[in-house]
Write a protein that binds this ligand. Structure first.
Ligand code: NAD
Length: 423
C-alpha cells in the first residue's frame, strides 16, 4: 500500500511513539525498570548496501535495513517494506510493535522488521528480483528459521517472498521454506494467509460488538482503504450482516446509507482501478468519510489518519485498526474519554502474523493443514487475545491500546525474568 504519509513533526516519529507506549505499559504494570531499559532499544540493527545491476547495465546501490527488536520470546518475526520513504526509525518502531503484537497473541517470537529504500513501482520485474535477492545475500548470516523470519509488508508480496526463500535456500545449500512466510502455496505458503489479516480483524469486531451489545445485523461500517485488508474485511463484515455504508481508497470515497455491496464494489474496482464513481453512491471527501454516521470504522490504509482534530467528530462506537498506526496518541486520549472502543492495531491486524506463524510451523513439520484448520486456530488465538485485552482494560480501567500492550509485556517480562535477564 502507499504510505504517502510524511513525518512532519518530531512527535510523529514512530520510534518515539513506540517507546512512549512501551514506557507507559511498563509503568502501568509496575515492572522492574530493567525491562524498559532492555527493550527501549532494538537488540540488533543492520544497515546494508545492495548493489543491483539495472536493466540499463548500470549498477545502482540501494540501502536496506533489518532490525531485530528482541529474542526474549523467540526468533525475530516481521515483514520487509519496500518504499522510498523507509527510515531506520520507522523500521525500529515497527520491529518493537511486532514484539508487542506477537506476544499479545502468544506467538513464540520476538519482533523484527526490514526495509529497503526504493520505489518498486519504478523497477522492472527483473530489477525487483535482483534487488530482493541482493537484500537476502546482504542479511543471510543474520536470518534463518530459528533466528529471524521475515514476511511481506508494504509493497512486497508472495512473489518477492518466493525469490527471497529461493536465494536463501541456495546460499545455505538446502531447501529452507521456514526462513520466510507469506510465500505462494507452491513454495510452502499456507492456505488462508491472504485473508488472514481481515479475518482476524473481523473476529475482533465480532467480540467487541458482544461487549458493547451492538447487534451486527443492524450495524453500519465505514472502511478506509480497499486493498487486501479493507476489501476482505468489508466482505466478511457484510457476511455477518453488517451494512457497509462507506468506502474509500487513494483516489476517492463513496457513501450510501442504504448499503454498498462489497463484492460488486471489488469487481468495479478491479475494472476501473478505484472505488470512485461506484453507481448509486454519494461521492464524498476521503477525510470527511471518517466522520460520517456509522457504528464501526475500519481504517485499513495509512498511518496517523485519526488525529486530535477529527477524533471529537468520529461517530463510530468501534474503531478496528486494520492498518498499523492509524490513530495518533492525542486522538487515542479523546476517543477513550468519549467511550469509543478502539481495537488497537497490534490486536486488530494480528491475524496476518498469526497465520504466518502457522505457515512457519507447517514448513518446519513439512505437514500442511486444511483451510478449515487454519481458520479455526486463527479464530481461537485472536479471540483469546481480544478477551485478555478487554479483561485487562476493564480490570485496570485503562484504554484498550494500553491494555493490549500490558497483556503482551507481562508475557515478555516473565520470559526475561525466567531467562535471568533481570538479575
Ligand atoms: P494494500 O496496498 O492492499 O491496500 C491499501 C489501500 O489503501 C488501497 O486501497 C489504497 O488505495 C488505499 N489508500 C491509500 N491511500 C489512501 C487514502 N489517502 N485514503 C484512503 N485510502 C487510501 O495494503 P494492505 O495490505 O491492505 O494494508 C493496509 C494496512 O493494513 C497497512 O497499514 C498495513 O501495514 C496493514 N496491515 C496489513 C496486513 C496484511 O496482511 N495485508 C497485515 C497487518 C497490517
Amino acid at each position: 500500500m502507499a504510505a504517502e504519509l510524511k513525518i512532519q513533526h518530531e512527535t510523529d516519529n514512530p520510534f518515539h511513539i513506540a517507546r512512549q507506549q512501551l514506557r507507559e505499559a511498563c509503568e502501568a504494570l509496575n515492572l522492574d525498570l530493567s525491562v524498559y531499559e532492555i527493550l527501549k532499544e532494538p537488540a540488533r540493527v543492520y544497515t546494508v548496501s545492495i548493489p543491483v545491476k539495472m536493466d540499463s547495465g548500470e549498477i545502482k546501490t540501494f540501502i536496506g535495513y533489518r532490525v531485530q527488536h528482541t529474542d526474549a520470546t523467540g526468533p525475530a518475526k516481521g515483514g520487509i517494506r519496500f518504499h522510498p520513504d523507509v527510515t531506520l526509525d520507522e523500521v525500529k518502531a515497527l520491529s518493537m510493535w511486532m514484539t508487542m503484537k506477537c506476544n499479545l497473541v502468544g506467538l513464540p517470537y520476538g519482533g523484527g522488521k526490514g526495509g529497503v529504500v526504493c520505489n518498486p513501482k519504478r523497477l522492472s520485474k527483473g530489477e525487483l528480483e535482483r534487488l530482493s535477492r541482493g537484500y537476502i545475500r546482504a542479511i543471510v548470516d543474520v536470518i534463518g528459521p530459528d533466528k529471524d523470519i521475515p514476511a511481506p509488508d508494504v509493497y512486497t508480496n508472495p512473489q518477492i517472498m518466493a525469490w527471497m526463500m529461493d536465494e536463501y535456500s541456495k546460499l545455505v545449500g538446502r531447501y529452507s521454506p521456514g526462513v520466510i512466510t507469506g510465500k505462494p502455496l507452491s513454495a510452502g505458503g499456507s492456505l488462508g494467509r491472504s485473508e488472514a489479516t481481515a479475518r482476524g480483524c473481523v473476529f475482533t469486531i465480532r467480540e467487541a460488538a458482544k461487549c458493547l451489545n451492538l447487534d451486527l445485523g443492524n450495524a453500519r461500517a465505514i472502511i478506509q482503504g480497499f486493498g487486501n485488508a479493507g476489501c476482505t474485511s468489508s466482505r466478511l463484515l457484510s457476511e455477518l450482516g453488517v451494512t457497509i455504508v462507506g468506502v474509500s481508497d487513494s483516489q476517492g470515497a463513496i457513501y450510501n446509507p442504504d448499503g454498498i455491496d462489497p463484492i460488486a464494489l471489488a469487481k468495479y474496482k478491479a475494472e476501473t482501478g478505484s472505488v470512485k464513481g461506484f453507481p448509486g453512491c454519494q461521492q464524498v471527501d476521503g477525510d470527511a468519510l471518517l466522520e460520517m454516521p456509522c457504528d464501526i470504522l475500519v481504517p485499513a490504509a495509512l498511518e496517523n489518519v485519526i488525529t486530535g482534530s477529527n477524533a471529537p467528530r468520529i461517530q463510530a462506537r468501534i474503531i478496528a485498526e486494520a492498518a498499523n498506526g492509524p490513530t495518533t496518541p492525542e486522538a487515542d486520549e479523546i476517543l477513550h474519554k468519549r467511550g469509543v472502543m478502539v481495537i488497537p492495531d497490534i490486536l486488530a491486524n494480528a491475524g496476518g502474523v498469526t497465520v504466518s506463524y502457522f505457515e512457519w510451523v507447517q514448513n518446519l513439520q513439512n505437514f500442511y493443514w486444511t483451510a478449515d484448520e487454519v481458520m479455526q486456530r486463527l479464530e481461537y488465538m485472536i479471540t483469546q487475545a481480544f478477551n485478555k485485552t478487554y479483561a485487562m482494560s476493564q480490570e485496570k480501567n485503562v484504554p484498550t491500546r494500553l491494555a493490549a500492550n500490558m497483556v503482551s509485556l507481562e508475557r515478555i517480562a516473565q520470559a526475561m525474568a525466567d531467562r535471568g535477564w533481570l538479575n
